[in-house]
Design a protein around this ligand. Structure first.
Ligand code: ARG
Length: 462
């Protein structure tokens, strides 16, 4: 391998400098360096085990690869565009360090199965890190929820006041979303953790390799059964981007709620100074930049999913250079999800304070107990639809007279229906309205306490 010629003697002139830049991926696939080294170490061990290289040659290769690792960790490995990609960069440096024996490393291997291996090793690590972050996020949600079982918050449908909720119940909805995200990533992991190493360029190899051995060394659970599929499959990356997109959907919905809650119109939370920002011109402002950025960054992750789907849709088998386009989006999605999970976890943990007084006031000043009036009559034998219509009339009267349901006198109630008795006041108090939704999975305090226990157990068991 000379400076000008990365490829074979077939080429007579060097690449045009602009084309070399256009073709190169080294600026971004350097992120895969350590995984490339891991894959190469395993490959070298396998070549020796199968008698394709000698055991001394294997030792030399591994020593050289480990030296590159040290150089990289010490910030001393800076391959340029002339190396094209991380795989060539490693091979080039290896030959510099250990001489001609370095040229044996690529026996029975192609960059196609090599890059496929690297990207899976990378994603496997990242999935584990993101799952750990999801657990931290869930645990912070539980800490807050445990303190707010009996704090009430208006519940909405169509962003109209619907029925009051336990704040813990509201927060536990996000716990459940994160739980599905955690499980989904575990499921994706199973298909990420399959080795394409040894598929060669596309057709396998003439050497007597042992694919199971490299897979075992790299802790892959399985190997690709078809070499063409092994080098050209990116389903696992698309699945990851789907899972990442859903994590972002969930974070973005929570972000949106926090943004609403912190507005003057809601005043359900106050943002703490450590997680809020000011305005350059309006001295009174405290802005929810963190959730806004999370909401904003969500689009990037969706975009990467879409981009990779489009990259894949027209590709004939097997490897095509288009596949080099899988990396930047994937890396950016990984980094975005990690950054957003970290920021939202900090925001929940120390950046938000729920204004319990304001919340208590909010649930007492609307008609979100109207369903309970209908349920009251229905429980006393009035068919629900009839009860529903009666309560509609009551609400209408209250709106015209500027009253809330709790302001009606018993005579007024009884004018609407004789089944109303003095216990109606208790039945429509917000506390009771929440407590009585004791159906499984409902917001009743008993249910919420049980849900909290189950959630704690769920994250400590797995
Ligand atoms: N840089 C390439 C990529 O990211 C590595 C594989 C190149 N293989 C090839 N036959 N050109 O996909």
């Amino acid at each position: 391998m000379t400076e000008q010629q990365t490829w074979s003697q077939r080429f007579e002139s060097a690449l045009h400098p602009a084309i070399a830049r256009f073709n190169a991926s080294i600026n971004f696939d350097i992120e895969l360096l350590e995984y490339d080294l891991d894959g190469s170490v395993a490959h070298a061990k396998m070549l020796s085990k199968c008698g394709i290289i000698s055991s001394e040659e294997k030792e030399q290769l591994i020593a050289g690869l480990e030296q590159i690792r040290q150089e990289y960790r010490q910030g001393k490995f800076h391959p340029g565009i002339e190396s094209e990609d991380v795989h060539f960069a490693v091979e080039r440096r290896l030959v510099e360090i250990i001489g001609d024996v370095g040229k044996k490393l690529h026996t029975a291997r192609s960059r196609n199965d090599q890059v496929g291996t690297d990207i899976r090793l990378y994603l496997r690590d990242q999935i584990q890190q993101i799952r750990t972050q999801l657990r931290q996020f869930q645990s912070v949600i539980l800490d807050i929820a445990e303190n707010h079982v009996e704090t009430l918050i208006p519940g909405y449908t169509h962003l109209q006041r619907a029925q009051p909720l336990s704040l813990a119940h509201h927060l536990l909805a996000y716990f459940q979303m994160a739980q599905r995200d955690w499980e989904r990533l575990g499921d994706v992991y199973r298909r990420v953790n399959v080795s394409p190493l040894g598929c060669g360029a596309l057709a396998g190899t003439t050497f007597p390799i042992d694919r199971h051995y490299t897979a075992e060394l790299l802790h892959f659970d399985d190997i690709y059964a078809n070499s063409l599929d092994g080098v050209s499959d990116r389903d696992f990356a698309i699945e990851f981007l789907c899972a990442a997109s859903l994590i972002m959907v969930h974070l973005s919905r929570l972000a949106e709620e926090v943004i609403l809650w912190s507005s003057e119109e809601f005043r359900f939370v106050t943002l703490q100074d450590s997680c809020a920002t000011g305005s350059s011109i309006m001295p009174q402002k405290k802005n929810p930049d963190v959730p806004e950025l999370v909401r904003g960054k969500t689009g990037r992750v969706f975009g990467h999913l879409q981009a990779l789907l489009v990259v894949m849709k027209g590709l004939p088998l097997a490897y095509n250079k288009d596949l080099q386009e899988d990396k930047q989006g994937l890396f950016d999605a990984v980094n975005t999800v990690k950054a957003c999970l970290e920021a939202m976890t900090i925001l929940l943990k120390e950046g938000l304070e729920f204004c319990t007084q304001r919340l208590t006031q909010a649930v007492g000043e609307d008609f979100s107990n109207a369903t309970d009036v209908a349920d009251y009559l229905a429980a006393r034998g009035v068919p629900f639809r009839e009860a529903y219509n009666i309560v509609g009339k009551i609400v209408k009267t209250c709106i015209t007279t500027g009253k809330l349901l709790k302001d009606l006198t018993l005579e007024e109630w009884q004018k609407f229906h004789p089944k109303f008795a003095a216990d109606i006041y208790q039945a429509i108090s917000p506390q009771q309205v929440v407590a009585s939704r004791n159906s499984y999975g409902g917001t009743g305090f008993k249910q919420v306490r049980a849900a909290l226990l189950a959630a704690r157990a769920q994250i400590s068991n797995q």
